[in-house]
Design a protein around this ligand. Structure first.
Ligand SMILES: Cc1cc2nc3c(=O)[nH]c(=O)nc-3n(C[C@H](O)[C@H](O)[C@H](O)COP(=O)(O)O)c2cc1C
Ligand code: SF4
Length: 263
C-alpha cells in the first residue's frame, strides 16, 4: 500500500502529474488540480514519476518529498557523441589484468543498475559478486564439470583440464544477477541490469564479458547454487565477468546494418 500525498499549497495545477503517472492515478478535478484515484494506494507501482516530474515539489510518496531526492546536474549530461562512443566501442573483454577490481567501485556500479528499467518497477534483481580467487576457481571447476557431464561444448571442460579458462577467462570478478522465479520478467530485468552494469563498467575503465554458462549450471547444480548463495526460489538469469582490460580496443569492428521496418 503506497502513500501518495499532494501539497495543494504548492500545486500550480499544471496537470503534469496527471499526464506522467503511468496508471493515471491523478485525476483532474476540473481546474487542473489533481485528486487521487480511489485505489491509488493499491495501484501505485512506486515508480516515483510523479515526484520526479513535478516542477514545484508538490507530491510526496511514502513520506519522501522531492527535496530529499538527488537532483539532475545539467553540466554532467554526456554529449550524444560520448554516449555513442561508450555504447559502440563496448566490446566483450576476455583478457584481464590480475589487478583486482575495488569493491567500492563494484558497489558504485551496482548502485547504478538500480535505476535500470524493470517490469512494473518490480526491481526484481539481486546480485552475487564473486571476487575471491579461490571461489572463482571453484566455481569455474563446477561449471566445467557440469558442462562435461551434460556434453555441452566439451572443448571448454577439456581446456579447463589443461589449465585454460574459457569460461570465466581468469577474470578477477564475476557479477551474477539472480531473481525470484515468480517475478514478472526476471530474465529481462536481470539482462537489462547486466547490460547496464557492462556499460557503467566501461565508463569506469573496466572491461566486461557476459558469462552465458553460469545460468544453466546454477539451475542444475546444487554446488553452484550453494557457492552463489542463491535463495531457494531464485534462478540466475545473467552474469558478467569484470576486470581491468589487458588490451585496448581502439577501432570499432563493423556490424551488419540495422534492420528497421518503418510502419
Ligand atoms: C520488461 C519490461 C516491460 C515493460 N513494459 C511496460 C509497459 O508495457 N508499459 C509501460 O508503461 N511501461 C513498461 N515498462 C517500464 C517499467 O514500468 C518502468 O521501467 C518501471 O516502472 C520503472 O520506471 P523507470 O523506467 O521510469 O525508472 C516495462 C519495463 C520492462 C523492463
Ligand atoms: S509513484 Fe508512479 S504509479 Fe505511483 S502515483 Fe506516482 S507516478 Fe503514479
Amino acid at each position: 500500500m503506497s502513500r501518495i500525498e499532494i501539497d495543494y499549497a504548492k500545486c500550480v495545477k499544471d496537470r503534469i502529474c496527471i499526464r506522467a503517472c503511468p496508471y493515471r492515478l491523478f485525476l483532474d478535478s476540473g481546474d487542473g488540480s489533481p485528486i487521487l484515484h480511489e485505489n491509488a494506494g493499491e495501484l501505485c507501482i512506486e515508480c516515483g514519476h510523479c515526484l520526479a516530474v513535478c516542477p514545484v515539489g508538490a507530491i510526496s510518496l511514502n513520506g519522501v518529498a522531492q527535496e530529499s531526492l538527488k537532483e539532475r546536474v545539467p553540466s554532467l549530461e554526456p554529449s550524444p557523441e560520448s554516449v555513442e562512443q561508450l555504447f559502440t566501442f563496448r566490446r566483450a573483454i576476455r583478457a584481464y589484468k590480475t589487478k583486482p577490481v575495488e569493491r567500492e567501485l563494484l558497489a558504485r556500479l551496482v548502485e547504478i543498475t538500480r535505476y535500470a528499467p524493470t517490469a512494473v518497477n518490480g526491481q526484481s534483481v539481486h546480485w552475487t559478486i564473486v571476487d575471491s580467487k579461490d571461489e572463482l576457481r571453484r566455481l569455474t571447476g563446477l561449471v566445467a564439470a557440469f558442462m562435461r557431464e551434460n556434453n555441452i561444448m566439451p572443448m571448454v571442460a577439456e581446456a579447463w583440464d589443461n589449465g585454460v579458462d574459457l569460461l570465466l577467462r581468469d577474470a578477477p570478478t564475476l557479477a551474477v544477477a539472480h531473481a525470484a522465479t515468480t517475478a514478472l520478467t526476471p530474465q529481462i530485468d536481470c539482462a537489462v541490469a547486466v547490460a547496464t552494469l557492462e556499460l557503467a563498467a566501461a565508463a569506469n575503465g573496466l572491461g566486461a564479458c557476459w558469462a552465458g554458462s553460469i545460468a544453466g549450471a546454477a539451475q542444475a547444480s546444487a554446488a553452484v547454487r550453494e557457492l552463489l548463495q542463491l535463495p531457494e526460489d531464485h534462478n540466475v538469469y545473467a552474469s558478467l565477468m569484470l576486470g581491468y582490460p589487458k588490451f585496448q580496443y581502439n577501432w570499432r569492428p563493423e556490424r551488419i546494418p540495422a534492420r528497421i521496418t518503418w510502419v
